[in-house]
Ligand binder design. Structure first.
Ligand code: UTP
Length: 562
């Protein structure tokens, strides 16, 4: 549909022509105003989706037919171990690649996908407004902005662009958070919000659209984070950044603070291997609910490095006699964490050729065995990690495998889910585990820089069948160092921190002779020589009651007792 619908007659003709006439059966029951609103909605939906809703329904019908016939999308493929680079954090190689990557930071653009509802977490606000930890209450969004700010400081303050994909569910609150906090120190013009739009929900295999109950409007649902590629194309951002001579595009999720620690090394790996797409991956156990990166080969011997969602992996590997594992029982198909680095020149060319339209999928919940109608409405979805489906065998796709706690610890699950995961010995991915991992990583980075910190527990929490063991609560502000080598350069003498301590380090602080057993905040440009003893720091304690407790504490189940 190239032209907007203007009149009721055009509306009726159009919907009839695309087999959606059921939407207007009772049109005479609605006012002119309601009909005008419906026309506006159809025009908007047509503008948002390349090819309009006609194309959307056509694609849906094909996918729905496949789904009803149980077509395995990978039936034509065999899975092989993919090619990429394993980097041990504790190795010399890590430092070398970090140095190589640091040079590239000045040419990097940042993209946060933050349109997700976060239903599994059960938090009443947007996820990026959640504090990562309770010592400073720094939110995810603030932390990301601080990181970008300190990365650009390393390179003469050349502004690094930052785009955030929002949705109707997150846009207003994300903008408010930025505005209320003066963009956390970034320049307003370097931050761009791009909003993804929803797509029509469908009732049956013929892709008949669902209506909002009692209204003359199509019911709509989120289309998934794969929208980021279409939006970077349609907004012209990818093209603008390429024309400005920028080289890299880093896409990360809403609640993974660790992503920025991985960036320099991942840039180094991409540069050295000339990867067009480099996915950060972690080890995963067979059966774990994490997408697996595989090298898929089709019948014509054409290969493709691609994420296979865990529910589709099983039928694929069964046909090949099971999933290959290493000596420690980890799968040879590493886990995708949706932290993606693109080489901008090739990426933008692909966007021009494909409009960034990622292959979609549908997951209908059928009402009965005839598999024709749905229990609840369904919609097309797309995932950003399916981008390689737009590429050919000549495009270089690889991965960087890193130790999991160094690059990934997301906050996605509520306490009940976390409890079930703990029982099954799986990563919890809840607010408590991500706070724990955040302190741990900061402590570990200091240890690698020569600081003496015992690896023992200070706060042990046991509640609702969950168990958390916290060590020292260490917060490293990005100004203290955006790379391991920078953090190392801050440690000048003998520095010791006890496991009971709570420590905040920031600014250009240089630690000479430092001994902390308690609470300390060393923030600034000076040389520090301090000996702090017995000044008891705050403790994490289980919540005694829920009344009047803010949402970000409730989803933890514990609070900080000062
Ligand atoms: P998640 O897997 O965490 O899903 O998304 P979600 O929708 O946020 O949370 P649940 O499933 O409702 O619990 C991974 C990343 O993709 C973003 C999320 O904000 C998160 O950063 N996302 C997800 C979008 O930007 N848009 C979407 O339509 C879906």
């Amino acid at each position: 549909m190239n032209q907007d619908i203007q009149t009721q007659d055009q509306l009726i003709e159009y919907l009839t022509s695309i087999d959606q006439q059921h939407l207007i059966t009772y049109i005479h029951n609605y006012t002119q105003q309601q009909i005008t609103e419906f026309i506006d909605q159809i025009n908007q939906l047509n503008r948002n989706y390349p090819g309009g809703i006609k194309e959307y329904a056509n694609r849906a019908r094909k996918l729905l037919l496949d789904a009803s016939e149980d077509v395995n999308p990978f039936a034509e493929y065999t899975a092989h171990v993919p090619q990429g680079q394993n980097v041990d954090i504790y190795s010399e190689e890590y430092c070398r690649l970090e140095q190589l990557g640091v040079e590239e930071i000045k040419d990097t653009c940042f993209v946060l996908v933050a349109g997700g509802l976060g239903e599994r977490l059960g938090y009443d606000g947007i996820k990026v407004a959640l504090p990562i930890e309770l010592v400073t209450n720094t939110t995810y969004l603030e932390y990301y902005c601080q990181f970008i700010l300190n990365l650009q400081k390393k390179h003469g303050n050349k502004l690094l662009p930052f785009a955030i994909m929002t949705s109707d569910d997150t846009h207003k609150l994300t903008l408010q958070l930025l505005e209320n906090n003066l963009y956390f120190g970034l320049q307003k013009e370097q931050v761009t919000l791009i909003k993804q739009e929803k797509v029509p929900a469908m009732l049956d295999n013929l892709a008949h659209f669902a209506q909002v109950p009692g209204k003359l409007l199509i019911d709509t649902k989120p289309h998934g984070h794969g929208d980021i590629h279409t939006l970077l194309y349609m907004s012209g951002l990818a093209q603008k950044w390429k024309n400005e001579g920028r080289k890299w595009l880093f896409i990360f999720q809403d609640t993974n603070a660790q992503a920025f620690r991985a960036l320099p090394v991942v840039l180094g790996v991409s540069k050295e291997n000339k990867f067009e797409l480099n996915s950060v991956v972690v080890s995963r156990k067979p059966g774990e609910a994490v997408g697996a990166i595989c090298y898929l080969v089709d019948k014509n011997n054409k290969g493709l490095t691609l994420n296979v969602e865990y529910n589709q992996l099983d039928p694929l590997v069964k046909a090949q006699g099971g999933e290959p594992v290493d000596e420690q029982g980890f799968s040879k198909y590493p886990g995708n964490i949706n932290c993606l680095l693109f080489s901008l020149i090739e990426y933008e060319t692909v966007l021009q050729e494909t409009k960034g339209l990622i292959a979609e999928f549908i997951n209908p919940k059928y009402a009965d065995a005839t598999k024709t109608k749905f229990k609840s409405s369904s919609r097309l979805e797309c995932m950003m990690q399916d981008y390689p489906k737009l590429l050919g065998p000549e495009n270089k796709v690889g991965f960087t495998a890193l130790n999991r706690r160094f690059c990934f610890s997301a906050c996605k699950n509520d306490l009940a889910t976390a409890q079930a995961k703990q029982k099954s010995n799986l990563p919890l991915e809840c607010a408590g585990s991500s706070e724990n991992d955040f302190y741990w990583l900061n402590a570990e980075l200091l240890r690698m820089a020569g600081v003496q910190i015992p690896d023992s527990v200070s706060d042990e929490l046991n509640y609702n069948g969950l168990e958390f063991k916290f060590g020292p609560k260490i917060v490293l502000h990005p100004s203290f160092g955006v790379t391991l080598s920078e953090i190392k350069s801050r440690i000048k003498g003998k520095v010791q921190i006890s496991s009971n301590s709570t420590v905040i380090l920031g600014g250009q602080a240089e630690l000479n002779s430092v001994n902390i057993d308690g609470y300390a905040q060393l923030f600034g440009n000076g040389q520090f020589n301090v000996d702090i003893k017995g000044a008891d720091g705050p403790k994490l304690v289980a919540l005694e009651q829920q009344d009047g407790v803010p949402g970000y504490i409730k989803i933890r189940g514990y609070r900080l007792q000062k």
